[in-house]
Design a protein around this ligand. Structure first.
Ligand code: PLP
Length: 444
């Protein structure tokens, strides 16, 4: 039996928070609505560890939903941030780190010739969409059910992440005109894509896809799927936007794009048919600070203001502290890190699967580089409908038993688990020790 969790201090903060903030949280999935119980209010984080306001420690497999690839409060990032902050918090005029961060991204992702820095993944996808519409003179955008691209009006329909976790069809407050310009298609379904383009190809500005979806749980592209996206969009003069906010610099030194085109040879779900026109980045490239980007071919990016007619701006875009954090983080993302991330993901995902198998819990583990998630149903899971068919109650029991065992998973079965370079043997052992009781709870 796990000890009863101590949550008095967390409960007190959440209760005070509810009085002044909707749901007591600043992003919905943090509220534990899908799993019940009290969200842990974190006081500090270091390496693979979170410490809550009750003084309890957890091995963190959320990683701030992706950015913390080096672990929390990494000394190199902390030093870079401290140095940058001492020189000023925001200038509102160009600074050198912006150029260095842009160069780092451009040097890693070959088809990206230029980037524009923004402050969140939502801003990145919103701006990429505007650029695609401005460049093509068309309004309609295609997205895939279960993919999440931030809380952009046009992209919230049948979205993943919190929208999936809370089982919402979309969001109130999105104008019908905006929703009407979004076509939502099932993921991994080439026939549905071809049919949509056959009917409305001339109106479609862009297809936006998560490079390898992680917001309905991890659902990699089927062999030939990404290639089909490229072929069909190109044939109809539409742009292809690859959203690498989650996968960027996480799946490989150059993200999913690099995994697909990397030394292991082309991924069967890869870009054999040619590179996307635009990419969006966030999470890892900000190292835990608000920095994100969108980018692509120079001729397309030239359409942005001040060079071109597509307006886009930001008071804090390219913030000197955020860019210092992002730069230090990317510089720490070397081949050795990715090797260790893979190893940790192998160990944890294999052990979780074995524990669940031992208890007879139907499940399937899916991977994209070191990103992985466990669906509480038999697999394979190739689209959102299949992801929705899992036993979310079993996940809730599993989640709480892991939390009781000192492991903080994402509080939703529609999210990827993230390991970091700081997950050492001691941290992994805590996870391995927690798994048998969690699997028993899932089975109960
Ligand atoms: N795109 C993807 C693939 C994401 O996973 C997310 C966030 O989870 C976003 C966009 C939005 O990023 P942000 O939360 O920084 O606005």
């Amino acid at each position: 039996m796990s000890p009863q969790p101590i949550t008095a201090a967390s409960e007190a903060v959440i209760a005070r928070g509810r009085a002044v903030t909707p749901g007591g949280v600043n992003s919905p999935v943090r509220a534990f609505r899908a799993v019940g119980g009290t969200p842990r209010v974190i006081r500090e984080a270091s390496g693979p560890w979170l410490t809550d306001v009750d003084g309890q420690r957890y091995v963190d497999l959320v990683g701030s939903w992706g950015p913390m690839i080096l672990g929390h409060t990494h000394p190199d990032v902390l030093a870079a941030v401290t140095r940058a902050a001492a020189r000023g918090f925001s200038f509102g005029t160009p600074s050198e780190n912006e150029v260095l961060l842009a160069e780092e991204i451009v040097s890693r992702v070959a088809p990206v010739e230029q980037v524009r820095l923004v402050s969140s993944g939502t801003e990145a996808t919103m701006s990429a969409l505007r650029l695609a519409r401005g460049a093509t003179g068309r309004d309609v955008v295609v997205k895939f059910a279960g993919c999440y691209h931030g809380h952009v009006d046009a992209l919230l329909a049948e979205a993943g992440s919190g929208v999936a976790t809370l089982a919402l069809p979309g969001s109130a407050g999105v104008p019908a005109s905006s929703a009407g310009e979004t076509l939502v298609l099932p993921y991994n379904d080439v026939a549905a894509l071809e049919a949509a383009f056959a009917e409305r190809g001339g109106e479609i500005a862009a297809v936006i896809t998560e490079a390898s979806p992680g917001n309905m749980g991890v659902v990699p592209p089927a062999p030939g799927y990404t290639e089909a996206l490229r072929r069909v969009t190109a044939a109809h003069g539409a742009l292809l936007i690859s959203d690498e906010v989650m996968t960027g610099f996480r799946c490989s030194p150059s993200g999913w794009y690099g995994l697909e085109t990397g030394p292991q040879g082309a991924h069967p779900g890869g870009y054999a048919g040619g590179a996307p026109d635009l990419f969006t980045f966030g999470k890892v490239m900000g190292g835990g600070f608000p920095a994100a980007a969108f980018g692509g071919r120079a001729d397309l990016m030239a359409r942005l203001s001040p060079d071109g007619p597509v307006y886009q701006a930001g008071t804090l875009s390219g913030n000197p502290v955020a860019t210092a954090a992002g730069l230090a983080t990317l510089r720490g993302c070397d081949d050795d890190l990715y090797r260790r991330l893979q190893q940790t993901a192998d160990t944890v995902s294999t052990a979780a699967s074995e524990a669940l198998t031992q208890q007879g819990v139907p499940h399937t583990v899916q991977r994209a580089g070191s990103m992985f998630s466990i669906f509480f149903r038999e697999g394979p899971v190739t689209d959102y409908a299949a992801a929705q068919g899992q036993d979310t109650a079993a996940f809730g029991r599993f989640f709480h038993a892991m939390l009781d065992g000192g492991v903080h998973l994402p509080p939703s079965s529609f999210e990827s688990w993230f390991v970091s370079g700081a997950h050492d043997e001691a941290a992994v052992q805590v996870i391995l020790d927690a798994l048998p009781a969690a699997a028993r709870a899932a089975a109960s």
